[in-house]
Ligand binder design. Sequence first.
Ligand code: NAP
Length: 316
Amino acid sequence: MEIMRAVSCKKYGSPEVLQIIHCNKPQPKEDEILIKIYATSVTNSDIFIRSSKIPLMVMIPMRLMIGIRGPRKSIIGEVFSGEIEYAGPQTKRFKVGDQVYGLTGFSLGAYADYKCMKETDSKQGCLAVKPKNISFEEATSAAYGGLLAFQQLEKVNLTSKNKVLIYGASSTSGTMAVQYAKYLGAEVTGVCSSLNIEFVKSLGADEVLDYTKEESIKDLREYDLVLDAVGKYRTSKLKVACMNRLTKNGKYVSIDDGALLLESDRLNRITELIEMNAIKPVTDRTYEFEQIIEAHKYVEMGHKRGNVAITVNTKT
Ligand SMILES: NC(=O)c1ccc[n+]([C@@H]2O[C@H](COP(=O)([O-])OP(=O)(O)OC[C@H]3O[C@@H](n4cnc5c(N)ncnc54)[C@H](OP(=O)(O)O)[C@@H]3O)[C@@H](O)[C@H]2O)c1
């Protein structure tokens, strides 16, 4: 049996509960592919799964779902990019050597050298061919931020006549949302803190508002779509104010609305837009696999700009 490295999380707690272990390399079934993972991300979902910091009200149902004392799947990690090392005889979409990226859904397991997956979309994940013009690390930003942002923006048929406000424009999903809304022709207002104003302008936002300054509220206009890209637990006076600045048929959506859809068709569209250079995923920091605890500490502070990637293996 071949051995691989993985990050194990056997109990909920601070980043120090994460341990690098050596375990058996997974064996693909006939209808599975085996992916050698080159990069993963530390996402808010990973922080949530590791720490299980859940409001008391939903603690019992959530723990029943994700695991009572620790995550049900001890090798965590939701996002990957890598290369197909083996394709089972019953697989059709991919071949050995294809470079892919995607999410692992409930099956987790992206914090490892290898991961087996089915090719078809399900709650156990989805994958697509990785954009050729970006690194494995950048691809993890595109998969997570892209799927989150596109799902919400596509609830409205955005055109050049629309005004859109992206609240939390410097987040992983916000950076993808600003660029996608601009690509669709909308007039985009990005909301971020003072530190990120120039950065959000560089993503293409027509206007940028600072949520840390109360006087920004007077600069709000009316929007056809307001997207909260940081989730329901992060707020400000400006966020509360923009909920009431919708046009007559305007829509307010949150990145937390509904479950994240694991759809490879959407991932394929993200690949196309990146290869057209219409969208460029943003990486804040990249850590080595052995630095997983430091990476979790950084992401948990809540101020990452774009994505935090982990290099799992280096492509030679
Ligand atoms: N629907 C689902 O199934 C699903 C699945 C996964 C995740 N999610 C949601 O998606 C959210 C977004 O994840 P993400 O990774 O894109 O976020 P993120 O990258 O972790 O967000 C960090 C960014 O948020 C900004 N920020 C922090 N506090 C803020 C505030 N009060 N107002 C405005 N901006 C603030 C920070 O900028 P500053 O430090 O400069 O403020 C930082 O750039 C998650 O938190 C989760 O709620 C939903």
